[in-house]
Design a protein around this ligand. Structure first.
Ligand code: 10E
Ligand code: SF4
Length: 324
């Protein structure tokens, strides 16, 4: 050990990182529903794409299901932050389920853009990752008008009815740089391509990518805390590598870090996805501290203060309960 302690080992901790406003609201929705109505509370799909969050809520009485037909008639079901197609609301109505919609308002915004472009009879090119829940939900708003474009290499496969009537939208959690590349290629094919009225990639996604870029330049290793099905967390790994990190890995928690990753590393970059509780980052900081990384420098590239009110259907019942 002797001379090793002479080598400065430091951590650059990205900020902003972790919970965004939509995740905070969705997790709180399940917690408040459990308190107010008591367990079990059904949740359709993972409320957010994080193992630890889901396991914690399960212990408190949440039951996660894949589809509405697994929810007993008349029971309460919460829809996840990623959004659902209108058919999911219809099914729930048919089964007389009491629904609470925890879809992030910034996802709903994209749904509304899709509805508007569809009403105006545009062909809508939705940039996103095949099979992701958010993409399934957004596409469900106007399936006959929307086609998926899964990155720059997918642009050549796009077919439209009228090249003068084409608009693009995107998933909220994509890589900003890759999406710009996809849009540039789309515009080469369709010069009259119409942009969304405002950014679909949300503020939280953008801020976390900007922050990880800053630390990646100086880090030999970047650790991103997040689950493997979390789109925004996976993007942080890609963005870190693009920005110059020698290596970048996604881990759910400290125990998943491989000691070998630290070989020859003096500066570790650390961040977390929008669905990741800070306690998991604390765990990684402790794990690294035990291995000599005791100097922690937070590198902040933006301040965030956005907060969303809880879903109105839950707020109403909370008001009634507090008046009693
Ligand atoms: O896989 P995603 O990044 O879309 O989801 P997540 O649950 O990891 O993070 C929150 C992001 C949402 C709800 C999509 N806008
Ligand atoms: Fe909403 Fe963005 Fe968070 Fe998704 S990542 S829940 S769109 S704030």
């Amino acid at each position: 050990m002797g001379h090793m302690s002479a080598i400065a080992r430091r951590i650059l901790l990205a900020a902003p990182r972790g919970y965004c406003a939509g995740v905070d609201r969705a997790v709180q929705t399940v917690e408040k529903a459990l308190e107010l109505y008591g367990p079990p509370i059904y949740v359709r799909k993972q409320i957010v794409h994080n193992k630890h969050v889901v396991e914690t809520l399960e212990k408190r009485g949440a039951i996660f299901v894949e589809e509405n037909d697994e929810v007993p008639e008349g029971a309460i079901v919460i829809f996840s932050a990623h959004g659902v197609a209108p058919t999911v609301h219809e099914e729930a109505r048919r089964r007389s389920l009491r629904t609470i919609d925890a879809t992030c308002p910034l996802v709903t915004k994209v749904h509304n853009e899709a509805k508007r472009f569809a009403r105006e009879d545009y062909d809508i090119l939705l940039i996103g990752h095949e099979g992701h829940e958010e993409v399934i939900g957004t596409t469900g708003e106007a399936p006959e008008h929307i086609q998926l474009v899964d990155g720059p290499d997918d642009v050549e496969n796009v077919q439209v009815r009228d090249p003068a009537k084409v608009a693009w939208l995107s998933q909220t959690t994509l890589s900003v740089d890759e999406t710009n590349a996809t849009v540039a290629k789309l515009r080469e094919r369709f010069p009259l391509l119409v942009d969304p009225p405002s950014d679909d990639i949300c503020y939280a996604t953008q801020n976390r990518q900007t922050a990880v870029k800053q630390i990646a330049k100086e880090a030999q290793l970047v650790i991103v805390v997040g689950s493997t099905n979390s789109s925004n967390s996976k993007r942080l790994v890609e963005v870190a590598l693009e920005a110059g990190a020698d290596a970048a890995y996604l881990v759910d928690k400290a125990e998943e870090i491989d000691e070998a990753w630290l070989e020859g590393v003096t500066t570790v970059g650390l961040t977390s996805g929008a669905s990741v509780p800070e306690v998991l980052v604390r765990g990684v900081l402790e794990w690294l501290a035990e291995r000599g990384f005791t100097e922690v420098e937070e590198v902040r590239s933006a301040e965030e203060s956005l907060m969303f009110a809880l879903p109105p259907e839950l707020r109403r019942d909370l008001r009634v309960a507090s008046a009693r």
